[in-house]
Structure formats: C-alpha cells, structure tokens
Design a protein around this ligand. Structure first.
Ligand code: GLN
Length: 285
C-alpha cells in the first residue's frame, strides 16, 4: 500500500472511532495545507513520499477536524470570489452567500461610478478586498472592533498587492472613522444571528468568534446601530448594502420610517440562490 493510501486508511478508521466522517476533499485539503503539496498532485501521484513530521502534522490536524474544528482554520485560508484569503480563528469564516453582497456592490459601483467604499465590520476583509481586486479604481476603507481582524485584513491586502488603495480603522462601528469622511458605498456583513438561535448553530460555528455572529435580540442590535449612523458617512447619492438573516426583511423595511432619525431610505431586499431575503439596500434620503 502506498504511504498516501495508508494515511487515508488511518484517517478513515480514526474518524470512525470518533463517530464522524471526513470527506476525501477535506482530507486532501488538510494534507495539502500541512505539506504544501498541491491538491491535484494528491489525486494523480499515489507514490508521494511524506516525512514523519508531515504525517504527524496531518494526523494532528485530522484529530482536530474530528472535533468539528473548522477546516478553514486548520488550513489557514479560504477561497472567496475566486481569491485566496488568509483566515484565522479570530475572524468569521466567509460564507459563499456573502459573494452575493460583493456581486450586488460591484453592479451598483459600475452603474453609479462609485469610487469610495467602507467595509464595516470587515473581519478578514474579504468583501472590501474582493471589490478592490475587481474594481481597479476603487478606494476601500475597512473598520472592525477587533484588532486581530484588522490585522488580518492588512495582511490580506498586502498579499493581494492592494495596499495603495486601502485604509484601516480599529473601533466600534464608525467610532474611529473621521467624522468628515464620506463614502459612495458602505458594505457590511455585521453580526446578525438572533441570540436565541445561537444554541442551534452547527458545531463548527462554536469555534468562530461569537461577537462576529451574535446579533443580540432578533439579531438586529448591530444592524439597527449601523442604520442609524451610516447616512452621516455617505455621499449624497450613496448607499448602504448590508447582509442579514432571512427573518429580518420585515424589520429592515420599516426601520427608517419607524425611527425617522436616520438619513437613510430603504430601497430593496435581494434573495439568495435559495430564494431567501439576505441582502438589503438603503440609499441616502
Ligand atoms: N452567516 C453566518 C452564519 O450563518 C453569520 C454571519 C453573521 O452573523 N454575519 O453563521
């Protein structure tokens, strides 16, 4: 049996002792992440030789994965919008549905010739950095209340060669953004999961920073604060595009008219591929 096949067999039997299964694609991601061997080589080169240190590292990673520790934290990276981003346990793992937010933002940016963008609650920076990669004229500011998140966004911006067009702030929502700043577009994937639902999330999610996910009562606590403050930081024809939970559309539709303290107007909500309302758009009044 080749060394690789022996390793696959060990992983399979270890996972079954833990009453779990690890898919082959995940196993190959772990092996590739731990050794640097490209995934496609694993599929075609059965005779790959691994050092004992490699094997020990792979086994350790598999043991961690068997506890539902997220694959993305083990390998330290994630693909989003076709771009490879660094990730670590201090930030939320980007979800594929957030790509809809980026695509929506890019459409409006092209239509309205937007240049300046703020990625609010940026985490690892995937939203703003994807926009910056695809829209070469865009200038992006990032802010997050987590130093670790901002640090990771900086690292990601450096590895993508985007440093000349980015700027960073660390603090609660808009608190560190200079009061005189105005953006064409604010994009945000804030914490929005309703607190009562936190207990029912997948085991993997328990390893992610709770402050990036728990949105308090009805999941609306951070979103409400964003909507109250965002208008002050938008240019006259600017807009806010925000990701949210599928239960929140009805609150979002009425939020501006209800409070009337905001400089924003609800425009519309966009459904994801499964038909659920997940992205809402607000414009300056
Ligand atoms: N979509 C994430 C989840 O389902 C939550 C992300 C967020 O709160 N911004 O866990």
């Amino acid at each position: 049996m080749s060394q690789l096949n022996a390793l696959y067999a060990w992983i399979k039997s270890y996972a079954s002792t833990q009453h779990t299964r690890i898919a082959l694609t995940e196993i190959n991601s772990i092996i590739s992440g731990m050794t640097g061997i490209p995934r496609e080589h694993l599929l075609t080169h059965e005779d790959i030789v691994l050092s004992n240190t490699d094997i020990e590292r792979i086994k350790k990673a598999v043991k961690k994965r068997a506890t539902h520790y997220p694959l993305q934290y083990i390998v330290g990276s994630v693909e989003f919008m076709g771009i490879n981003f660094l990730i670590d346990p201090g930030v939320l793992i980007p979800r594929p549905e957030t790509e809809l937010l980026v695509e929506t933002a890019l459409t409006y940016m092209a239509d309205r010739e937007y240049r300046t963008v703020l990625d609010l609650c940026c985490g690892s920076g995937v939203i703003g950095l994807s926009i910056a990669s695809m829209e070469r004229n865009a200038f992006i500011s990032f802010t997050d209340n987590s130093k670790r998140a901002v640090h990771l966004t900086i690292k990601n911006s450096e590895s993508l060669g985007l440093t000349p067009r980015v700027r960073f702030y660390t603090g609660d929502l808009f608190s560190r953004v200079p009061a005189s700043e105005r953006f064409d577009l604010i994009v945000s994937n804030p914490p929005y999961v309703p607190h009562a639902r936190m207990r029912h999330l997948q085991k993997e999610v328990l390893y992610e920073p709770v402050t990036a996910i728990d949105g308090g009562r009805k999941g609306m606590e951070v979103i409400k604060r964003i909507i109250q403050q965002a208008g002050k930081f938008l240019n006259q024809n600017g807009m806010l595009i925000i990701e949210h939970d599928d239960t929140q559309k009805r609150y979002l539709e009425t939020l501006c008219t209800d409070t009337d303290q905001t400089a924003l107007k609800y425009m519309k909500t966009i459904n994801d591929l499964s038909g659920l309302p997940r992205i809402s758009i607000f414009s300056r009044k």
